[in-house]
Design a protein around this ligand. Structure first.
Ligand code: MEV
Length: 302
């Protein structure tokens, strides 16, 4: 039996813009999805969603991984158990983490010889098949860990501030949100392209500030990015409530992370303010999670 885990992620900058080839800065977080895989005489996939066989409705990512791994080794049966600290459909990269951890678990169990770049590449093609237009960002960062400028794939210095996440609890469909932005762009190409380009520029400007750990400047830019996400229509009242609760409680910055619509916000906070930010988010009735950046991507668990 093999257990592998992979981390979730937050976007400091660049969600949606990255779909159009602009730059983004993404950061792996210390909330992981664990996948246990054991050879078996049939296919069994178990998670909080239930226990199924190969099932593209309930367990689309894991089922697709098993299907694709058949190109490397013949798998006649396997028992998979998934446990996750990442809320599903909330913008924290839960689908990337489960896909990456499952690929690596089967890679190890069947000695397929895949390298990390192969794992990330396969995970991206599975995300694209399941959810349509997905950038390689989530799967790459979940595989490699750390803080990453994409699509350049430059590893930046790690963040050592506190990361507070606020989860609205409202399910958010990445596919739908990405498609809404595409429609708005079709209607107002000059305006939306300018905004998406500006978001990408922000990621480039922020790169050196991340490397210098200049949280004040990173924070100002993240707050501007939040305004632009609102402008392209992926915000909402629940998200704004959390964004301002965090800022009023002393967060360095706060913004939507991921596709928006529902899902999560991320706030950066100094050690002395993190508890207050956490409490302020909780007081709105939302789920609050305190976490940190992790340099570890996909890994084998003991
Ligand atoms: C979703 O986590 C981030 C988006 O930019 C979509 C993607 O990059 O595939 C909205």
């Amino acid at each position: 039996m093999i257990t592998c885990s992979a981390p979730g992620k937050i976007y400091l900058f660049g969600e949606h813009a990255v779909v159009y080839g602009h730059s983004a800065i993404c950061c792996a977080i210390d909330l992981r999805t664990r996948v246990q895989a054991a050879k078996h005489d049939s296919f069994i996939i178990g998670s909080v969603l239930g226990t199924t066989g190969l099932d593209l409705e309930v367990h689309p990512y894991v089922s697709k991984v098993i299907e694709m791994m058949q190109d490397y080794k013949r798998i006649e049966g396997v028992r998979i158990r998934i446990e996750s600290e990442l809320p599903v459909g909330s913008g924290l990269g839960s689908s990337a983490a489960v896909t990456v951890a499952t690929i690596q678990a089967l890679n190890q169990l069947y000695a397929c010889g895949l390298q990390l770049e192969d794992v990330a590449g396969m995970a991206h093609s599975i995300e694209r098949e399941v959810q349509g237009n997905a950038s390689p960002t989530d799967t790459y960062v979940s595989t490699m860990g750390g803080v990453m400028l994409v699509p350049e794939r430059r590893k930046l210095k790690g963040l050592d501030c506190q990361i507070v996440i606020g989860n609205t609890g409202k399910f958010s469909s990445t596919k739908e949100l990405v498609s809404n932005v595409a429609k708005l762009r079709q209607e107002f190409p000059e305006i939306i392209d300018t905004i998406l380009g500006d978001i990408g520029k922000m990621a480039h400007i922020a790169e050196e500030h991340v490397n210098r750990k200049d949280y004040g400047t990173i924070g100002k830019l993240m707050n501007v990015n939040q305004g632009l996400l609102d402008a392209i229509g992926v915000g909402g009242a629940e998200l704004s409530e959390l964004v301002y609760a965090a800022r009023n409680a002393g967060a360095i910055s706060s913004k939507i992370t991921g596709a928006g619509g529902g899902g999560c916000i991320v706030a950066l906070a100094g050690r002395e303010d993190a508890d207050e930010v956490f409490r302020a988010i909780k007081n709105t009735g939302a789920q609050a999670i305190l976490t940190r950046n992790t340099h570890e991507g996909v890994r084998m668990e003991p």
